[in-house]
Design a protein around this ligand. Sequence first.
Ligand code: HEC
Length: 108
Amino acid sequence: MVLLAAAAAAQSAKDQIAQGRALFEHHCGRCHRPGGDGPELTRDALAPKGTALGLFDFVRANMPHDAPGTLKEQEYWDIVAHVLAAAGVVRAGPPVGPDTAAGIRLPE
Ligand code: HEC
């Protein structure tokens, strides 16, 4: 049962990252791609946010830059999961959300 639960969690984390990638392309990508108005979201750029929770709080309060706070809470979590995966911080762990985010540290 433990193995099954772990497999289910890994699967849903993968789905969350894929979902977050699509949302990111739609809501964030035009600025956060090379040559856009926003900085590239590398590991080093993200590190000062401390944890996934810090990143979530920043993104929800400030992004999209021209329309902060306009997405649903779950959409922000999915986007954060994608941003962390793209920066190599998370892989197939548990989904990124209110229960896990404080424990996901952003490496310096
Ligand atoms: C209209 C352009 C624009 C859009 C759309 C946008 N951003 Fe930004 N973003 C910026 C700019 C400009 C900055 C740098 C200024 C700042 O930090 O407020 C920034 C900064 C950031 C930072 C901090 C990076 C750092 O180096 O400190 C993160 C994380 C971020 N954006 C994530 C997102 C996410 C996630 C979305 C989509 C929900 C998004 N942004 C949409 C323009 C944008």
